[in-house]
Design a binder for this molecule. Structure first.
Ligand code: LIP
Length: 277
């Protein structure tokens, strides 16, 4: 069972850990970075910094919240008894990090699996989370019911109501099969919007949406560590985070924006996928 937790205290822990690990990986980037391994394809890489960052995040969580479980992109897997599972992405935007492109993030989320509204397709929902952008030093945080913040400033969320003037974030998978399908969907979406931004970090995309710097976002193939914290930040900023139809958002598809735009975008994307069948 989930013990009664203080979500704002969990958000403080997430923010402190995300910022300290983010500063470490930023320093490592300046010193030079190499590929340590590849995962789902030759282009799906992991660096030594990813692995060290996840070790530090795991150690920090175990010290502060020893009863909690942990799930990390680079393999961290700790069982817990509290009902809280920390879902961490030590470097979201790994390819950008490898190429020293200034668009990568550290994502730390405290999640529960009680099936309440807001549960994602992986069965969890974040009740607190933080995303730190090491290049700009921006720390995005949120806790359930507490609002979403950039530093101490409350985030306004998206306000766009017209698809044709929507600046739309998206991303693509690492396999040829998935990318071939995604380009066909993009072919149908791009003419309907103002423009597309492919930033390369879902966590960053959703935080920029919460800050009103993107109007909407969609992507297929995300993993829980990519979206756990930032989906909460987007929701707490007032955005809708949804899937197709009645499906829960997550790996199958994640769409975020104002209610109107998210609904219209869901229809355009669904139509595009139907045309691929
Ligand atoms: C990335 C996501 C991004 C997606 C990339 C990649 P990673 O996560 O944040 O949205 O388009 O293909 O999956 O691999 O950098 O942790």
């Amino acid at each position: 069972m989930t013990e009664s937790v203080d979500a704002s205290a969990l958000a403080d822990i997430a923010g402190t850990l995300a910022r300290s690990v983010g500063q470490m990986i930023h320093e490592k980037r300046a010193a030079g970075v190499d590929i340590a391994a590849t995962k789902s394809s030759l282009t799906d890489v992991v660096t030594a910094a990813d692995e060290e960052a996840e070790r530090i995040l795991t150690a920090g969580i175990r010290e502060l919240r020893p009863e909690d479980a942990i799930l990390g992109e680079e393999g961290a897997s700790v069982k817990g008894t509290s009902g809280v599972t920390w879902v961490v992405d030590p470097i979201d935007g790994t390819v950008n990090y490898l190429y020293n492109l200034p668009a990568y993030a550290v994502s730390v989320a405290a999640t529960v699996a009680d099936g309440a509204p807001g549960t994602m397709s992986d069965g969890r929902r974040a009740i607190a989370g933080a995303v730190y952008l090491p290049v700009t030093g921006e720390l995005f945080t949120a806790w359930e019911g507490g609002g979403a913040f950039l530093g101490s400033e409350r985030l306004p969320g998206p306000s766009q109501t017209t698809l044709a003037t929507t600046l739309l974030g998206t991303g693509f998978g690492y396999t040829v099969e998935r990318r071939t399908e995604q380009v066909e969907v993009l072919r149908r979406v791009l003419p309907r919007v103002r423009d597309i931004r492919r930033i390369g970090s879902a966590a960053m995309d959703l935080c920029l949406l919460a800050a009103g710097r993107l109007d909407a976002y969609y992507e297929r193939g995300l993993q829980p560590w990519d979206y756990a914290a930032a989906a909460l930040i987007a929701r707490e900023s007032g955005a809708v985070v949804r899937g197709l139809g009645d499906a829960r958002p997550g790996e199958e598809l994640l769409i975020a924006g104002t209610p109107e735009i998210a609904a219209e975008l869901a229809e355009v994307v669904a139509e595009a996928y139907r045309a691929l069948e």
